[in-house]
Design a protein around this ligand. Structure first.
Ligand code: CP
Length: 308
């Protein structure tokens, strides 16, 4: 049986194109499973998984939990806000206490970049990064690429533009790594203050012109303005941002071709895109959410096969 080159999923950066294709092929099978009347397989019935979230989440947390339950794993959910972390317990002590209860895999979201890497070096369980600060969000990039691949086939040579707050986005970095490994052409577009200075070194085009970039791309992946990570003002106001960098239906209708519109969520409707874009037939935002379960099932299943 084909296996991944890693026993943890910490980011896309160190995955091989073969790893990515193995995850997509496995997710194809699990997508078929979750559309059956009985959406469950016994693959992980000997596995206990802890979902440890130190930051808010709707999609990722529910999607992992559903993926684990569809694979018949035992699941425990941990939220930092209602835990003994509030009494001063360290990350490592918290996780070691959870592991003492015989947990095999840990899915963790944490505000600090590198927190899942630290865990992976210090605990025996498989670790999956569910988003570490502004660094990486690997399962989001996998489900994004899986969703693009479902619509466009092989992504080699396809043009993907990532719009918005690239500077603070873990989704942008993981998407760039993933899409480049799959042979796609990638551009980032947003205000100069929200584009990292050295991003071109990752092999992406940089643009500040939304209309030009929409005309260029096959897929527009539009990101949220991450106000919670912005400690200074990067643009004068949300109204001005939406006027100059927001995507509206008139812009889409003026293009020569029909492009695909994506968003990882949560959406700020009326800021990065208008509601008629988010809800248009070009939008595959809810397909992304559906595919997230199948892709996370694939990741969990493949990593479980790499257990010591
Ligand atoms: N896309 C994403 O990570 O959403 P949540 O923050 O709701 O998990």
């Amino acid at each position: 049986m084909a296996t991944l080159s890693t026993r943890h999923l910490l980011g896309i950066k160190n995955l091989t194109p073969e790893d990515l294709n193995l995850i997509f092929e496995t997710a194809d099978s699990f997508k078929e499973v979750i559309n059956r009347p009985i959406k469950k397989v016994p693959s992980l019935r000997d596995t206990t998984i802890a979902n440890i979230f130190f930051e808010n989440s709707t999609r990722t947390r529910i999607s992992f939990e559903l993926a684990e339950k569809r694979l018949s794993a035992d699941v425990v959910n941990f939220s930092a806000s209602s835990s003994s972390v509030k009494k001063g317990e360290t990350l490592l002590d918290t996780v070691n206490n959870i592991l003492a209860m015989k947990v095999d895999m840990v899915v963790m979201r944490h505000p600090s970049p590198g927190a899942p890497h630290f865990l992976a070096e210090n605990i025996p369980a498989n670790v999956i990064n569910a988003g570490d600060g502004t660094h990486e969000h690997p399962t989001q990039a996998l489900l994004d690429a899986f969703s693009m691949r479902e619509k466009l086939g092989d992504l080699k040579g396809k043009k993907v533009a990532i719009f918005g707050d690239i500077l603070h986005s873990r989704v942008a970095l993981s998407n760039i790594f993933c899409l480049k490994k799959l042979g796609a052409k990638v551009a980032v577009c947003g205000p100069p203050t929200l584009i990292p200075k050295h991003v071109h070194e990752l092999g992406v085009e940089v643009s500040h012109n939304v209309k030009e970039t929409l005309n260029w791309c096959d897929v527009a992946n539009v990101l949220r303005i991450q106000l919670e990570r912005q400690d200074i003002k990067y643009f004068p106001s949300l109204r001005e941002y939406s006027q100059y960098y927001g995507i509206n239906k008139k812009m889409l209708d003026s293009l020569q071709k029909e492009i695909i519109v994506m968003h990882p969520g949560p959406i700020n409707r009326g800021v990065e895109m208008t509601s008629d874009v988010a809800d248009s037939k070009q939008s595959i935002i809810l397909d992304q959410v559906e595919n997230g379960v199948a892709v996370r099932m694939a990741v969990l299943f493949l990593l479980a096969n790499k257990r010591d």
